[in-house]
Write a protein that binds this ligand. Structure first.
Ligand code: BG6
Ligand code: MG
Length: 219
């Protein structure tokens, strides 16, 4: 029987931090004098902090100097952290804890593969940090999703070849990264948005109980 491993995205799969990113980006847009909606916020999912700012400025048709951008990135993150540092275990998304328990029972290793530079802090806040075999995050990569770098490093940490890795993702860029890496992609969220994924579920509670066993047989 082949061995498989799992790579989890963080934001939108383990915890719903998109709402905090939204509040922080929106207050910046307010200061800069343009509208930033929840629909706009969708464009920032899975995207690095720097790229998110570029998209935000494009939406507002605002041009800033490099120095101003750095200042804004710093203050956006400080605002975001004011929400993150109040997070607790109750913010873990439905099905996550049960899924990690299942993986532990099946002796399937799992690592994190996130674009966030705050990933370790967030996992610590919700008391999940120690459960992961390794954390690959925005501090470990030079190329952001949809580049597969974050997941390929994840596969190295799992000591598995990419085709034996299962990636859980809620963002289009993340599903693309997993597919490019030649991994098994599982889209969590809207099936139409994540239509490129190999498997789709609305949330982790929908995962069939024998999901990993069936993958092991197919592998
Ligand atoms: C991703 C989020 O996980 O992390 C993006 O989906 C976010 O919305 C990115 O921009 C970077 O996060 P951070 O915490 O480094 O600002
Ligand atoms: Mg995500």
């Amino acid at each position: 029987m082949q061995k498989i491993g799992v790579i989890f995205d963080l934001d939108g799969v383990i915890v719903d931090t998109a709402k905090y990113h939204f509040l922080a980006w929106k207050s910046l847009a307010d200061e800069l004098g343009f509208q930033f909606t929840e629909t706009h916020n969708e464009l920032l999912k899975g995207v690095s902090r720097v790229k998110s700012l570029e998209i935000l400025l494009e939406i507002g048709n605002v041009t800033l100097s490099e120095r101003e951008k750095q200042k804004i990135l710093k203050s956006k993150n400080e605002h975001y952290l004011s929400y993150i540092t109040k997070m607790g275990q109750e913010e873990i998304l439905p099905g996550v804890t049960e899924l990690l328990d299942t993986l532990d029972n099946l002796k399937i290793d799992y690592v994190l593969g996130s674009a966030s530079k705050n990933a370790a802090l967030i996992l610590k806040q919700v008391n999940l940090l120690d459960r992961f075999k390794a954390i690959v995050d925005g501090n470990s990569v030079s190329r952001a999703k949809p580049d597969p770098e974050v997941f390929l490093i994840g596969a190295q940490k799992l000591q598995l070849s990419p085709e034996n890795c299962v990636v859980f993702e809620d963002a289009i860029a993340g599903v693309e990264a997993a597919n490019t890496a030649n991994m098994i992609s599982v889209g969590i969220g809207d099936k139409n948005t994540l239509s490129e994924a190999d498997y789709n579920f609305n949330d982790l509670t929908e995962l069939p109980s024998q999901f990993f066993q069936s993958l092991l047989v197919e592998n």
